[in-house]
Design a protein around this ligand. Sequence first.
Ligand code: HSE
Length: 308
Amino acid sequence: MEEIKIFAPASVANVSCGFDVLGFCLEPVGDKMIIRKTDSSGIRITKIEGQDLPLDVKNNVAGVAAEALLKEHPVEFGFEIEIYKNIKAGSGIGSSAASSAGAVFGINKLLNSPFTAHELIHFAMQGEVLASGSAHADNVAPLLLGGITLVRSTDPIDVIQLPVPIELSAVILHPKIELKTMHAREIIKKNVTLEKAIVQWGNLGAFVSSLYNEDYDLMSRSLKDVIVEPMRSLLIPEFESLKKASNDAGALGFGISGSGPSVFALTKGIDSAEKVFRSLEQIISSIGIDFDFYLSKINQQGIKILPN
Ligand code: HSE
């Protein structure tokens, strides 16, 4: 294979109770990338459409992730990358993760898969370091493994793929204001009280159990974030009203998607997701902020290869 075309989906990280450890991908929105082998060695980014992002490999998350892979697996030829962005940078639905994970996924395929999907997480994470200053894998892991993932450790990488209850659906609302992950991380206090830690790990454990048992009531009780959401929600217009509206409309849980400003709700079934969306739409429209929204099942596959 000389060339590959892929779809790298948007993703929701943290999922309320799992800051930096839980994530899942969406189905309807994502970037496209074309990666091809070249005779000259090294990585070149030859085209970016849809966003104003640097072509310079060292300043582009896809370039940095791709170079990290080639450092571990040197070859005499090289690769050029075209990126067609649909996921806006600073939207909270994994824009940098899509480019980073997409690059390493595509190059690995063109090299006849010397690395497992699990091993690729480390390389993709280098793009997240460039984008946010932090080596988290909660967005890139579900892109590379599919489904809902739990990052037990990033050093060494140890990621668990969790089961996805069949009816689980998501609503994403993206108020069109930009929030940089780096900034949204800076405002988080670095110390957590024992009382809050106990609540958080109780909820995280319960959420994981709810996925194995398809226990939507338990899922609903555990989709809570007492640590990061109280700080970051201040950056999101009408967060508390959106949360109340979502819960009143029957969502299982509601929270910040990644570092925001997008917010997400999980629901049992797509009909319930539509109902939740309509209640969120009323609020966001009334404050005059432009927005995008997506309704999605949980994407079980992650990145996929597109026909050429
Ligand atoms: N876990 C990360 C954060 C995801 O919330 O900062 C954003 O990339």
